[in-house]
Ligand binder design. Structure first.
Ligand code: TMP
Length: 214
């Protein structure tokens, strides 16, 4: 039987998230973790926020491109998340599949709390409402100076979204809010120095998944 078609165990699957400022270089490492888990015979759903459902992807389009009040932005992030949990994340975990997600609620604390300066205490109520039943089993925080991340984004030479267009001080606040969040949940959030060669990061990420999850 091919690993991909092995029947899932009757245990709840694990939920792994990736976070970091824009340009932190999460994408290729997310793909690496998905590949690693599949090679271990696990059914894996790779998804992202905002997005992950047809409605969520429509909200993503608005969130990344249309100007709006910071509280509207926060509520839409949580609305997309509610749909994502209902349609994708909760059913997958219940089936015993694993879910690897590019960003989750830590991003709201970092971007809308740190970046936009909204009161983070309000997010605790939204978080409880939307996913009081679930936190990620493991979160990777890709950390690096915003100046280095900014150079990477510029080198890609593509059109920038609303968040990427923000000034340096916004990204500095996002980074600090992420680090604050990781200091409050050191068991769950594994900080990775993302200003290192990709092969070193890959090894650190994979070793952590193997030790903590498999
Ligand atoms: P990305 O998927 O390309 O990383 O882009 C998503 C953007 O949305 C990124 O700039 C971070 C931002 N974001 C928030 O501001 N709050 C959130 O809760 C989430 C999930 C993402």
């Amino acid at each position: 039987m091919k690993p991909e078609t092995m029947s899932p165990s009757n245990k709840r699957g694990k939920f792994i998230t990736f976070e970091g400022i824009d340009g932190a270089g999460k994408s290729s490492h997310i793909a690496g973790v998905v590949e690693l888990l599949r090679a271990h015979g696990l059914n894996v759903i790779a998804t992202r926020e905002p997005g992950g459902t047809p409605l969520g992807e429509k909200l993503r389009e608005l969130l990344l491109n249309k100007a709006m009040h910071p509280e509207t932005e926060t509520l839409l992030m949580f609305a997309a998340r509610r749909e994502h949990l209902a349609q994708v994340i909760d059913p997958a975990l219940a089936r015993g599949d694993w879910v690897v997600c590019d960003r989750f609620s830590d991003a709201t604390y970092a971007y809308q709390g740190g970046g936009r300066g909204l009161d983070k205490n309000k997010f605790a109520d939204l978080e409880q409402w939307v996913h009081g039943h679930l936190q990620p089993d493991l979160t990777f925080l890709f950390d690096l100076p915003p100046s280095v991340a900014g150079e990477r984004i510029t080198a890609q030479g593509r059109e920038l979204d609303r968040f990427e267009q923000e000034q340096a001080d916004f990204h500095i606040r996002v980074r600090l809010a992420y680090l604050e969040r990781s200091a409050a949940s050191p068991q769950r959030i594994q900080v990775i120095n993302a200003d290192q060669p990709p092969e070193i990061i890959k090894k650190q990420v994979e070793d952590t998944v193997i030790t903590r999850c498999l």
